[in-house]
Design a protein around this ligand. Structure first.
Ligand code: PLP
Length: 391
């Protein structure tokens, strides 16, 4: 397959920019947007027939097809708008089951929206929020697993771990982590926001009580297209955050209809999957991974430092530490946003910069429309900035 510049015309991405952030929101191909538009128009031709008769069948059919791809029975997954929604449904469903002093565990790499949801539920229930520090650079899968094992206590009731971490792009050993949690009777959810399309995903094999993942990030679906998987045992007590007609009427009834909305992104998930397959599937994923390692190496040449993570813990994201101190008094998000803005405003490079555990990280993403010179350009800009102490 031809990737890089040769395939970029399949997206609406502006010419001239160096777009190194597929990770935040994904990028939907023009042909998938066209399928989405068809679904929207189909609804508008006869709204009642569509919503009452056609939608329930089409949604379940899409769930079955997507389930096959992610290693889950279609009946055990529901569509949600995004991973944040999946996480909220599960964590907020714990209210009423938690006692004061019970512990909710995650790691220092957790996505902030997920952290806030867990903090909210702790505030409401009197449970205790715990974050185990996973230092970056990350040493090994074994080290991550050991740190998590040590953080578990007899009061740990629920744990949430990333499949692929947001600020650092690290693939966590989720199967082993889940197995350990299960052996200790802990309910566990995996936040796989980045996993579908980036790694070869088998949700049932991982074995968590819940798993949520986005189709809009790495699987080319339109924005607002994600899934929540729950084991049969958990389905009856997993409630949609938006309570509607289907409350307490089963997993599908709870999630498949919760008020009038635009369902076209869910119904176009299969078009995203089809695009992924037609454009190489495993070959596309391999291109992204190989280019990620090359991109990471370019960045390390420009900003020398210890290897941030073993190669086999990376998929299509890679982060490095920037040689800049976090301001002691200031707001870290303001500081990193200002650094991002310099790269965008002065150099037309779209790349995220995050604070993490007292450090400042820059993270590149690789999607098949990217190519090596884009990362070389970013690396040379960084080299100039840090050599001239101008950041
Ligand atoms: C690990 C992780 N969890 C959750 C999310 C939230 O995804 P969404 O904005 O689709 O809800 C992200 C987004 O980048 C993420 O990286």
């Amino acid at each position: 397959m031809n990737y890089g510049k040769q395939i970029r015309h399949k997206w609406l991405l502006e010419d001239g920019m160096t777009f190194l952030n597929n990770g935040s929101f994904g990028a939907t191909p023009i042909e998938v947007l066209a399928v989405q538009r068809e679904w929207q128009e189909r609804l508008e031709r006869q709204p009642l027939r569509f919503v009452m008769r056609e939608l329930p069948v089409a949604l379940r059919s899409a769930a079955n097809q997507m389930g096959e791809f992610i290693g889950a029975a279609g009946e055990d997954i529901v569509f949600v708008d995004n991973a944040t929604t999946g996480v909220n449904a599960v964590v907020r469903s714990l209210i009423g089951t938690l006692q004061p002093g019970d512990e909710l565990l995650t790691t220092s790499h957790v996505y902030n929206a997920v952290r806030q949801t867990m903090l909210y539920v702790c505030k409401v229930t009197g449970a205790v929020y715990k974050e185990v520090e996973v230092p970056f650079p990350v040493q090994s899968s074994g080290d991550v697993l050991e740190r998590i094992k040590h953080a578990i206590t007899p009061r740990t009731r629920f744990a949430m771990f990333d499949h692929i971490t947001s600020p650092t792009g690290i693939i966590f050993p989720v199967k082993e982590i889940v197995q350990h949690c299960k052996e200790h009777g802990i309910l566990v959810m995996i936040d796989g926001a980045h996993a579908p399309g980036m790694v070869d995903l088998n949700v049932e094999d991982i074995g968590a009580d819940w798993y949520t993942g986005n189709f809009h990030k790495w699987l080319f679906a339109p924005k607002g297209c994600a899934f929540l998987h729950a084991t049969k045992q958990q389905q009856a007590t997993t409630h949609a955050t938006l309570i509607s007609h289907g409350y307490n009427m089963g997993f599908h009834a709870e999630f498949d209809f919760n008020g009038t909305k635009d369902w076209s992104s869910y119904l176009s998930a299969t078009a995203g999957l089809e695009f992924f397959r037609q454009n190489g599937g495993a070959e596309l994923r391999a291109y992204n991974h190989a280019l990620t390692l090359q991109a990471r190496n370019e960045l390390l040449r420009a900003v020398p430092q210890q290897l941030p993570a073993p190669d086999d813990m990376l998929g299509s994201l890679a982060a490095i530490v920037l040689p800049v101190e976090l301001e002691e008094q200031g707001d870290p998000i303001k500081q990193t946003t200002a650094m991002h803005d310099v790269l965008w405003d002065k150099h037309n490079i779209e790349v995220p910069i995050f604070p993490l555990s007292g450090k400042i990280l820059l993270r590149v993403a690789v999607q098949c429309f990217n190519e090596l010179p884009e990362y070389q350009h970013c690396a040379s800009v960084l080299q100039t900035m840090y050599n001239s102490n101008n950041a």
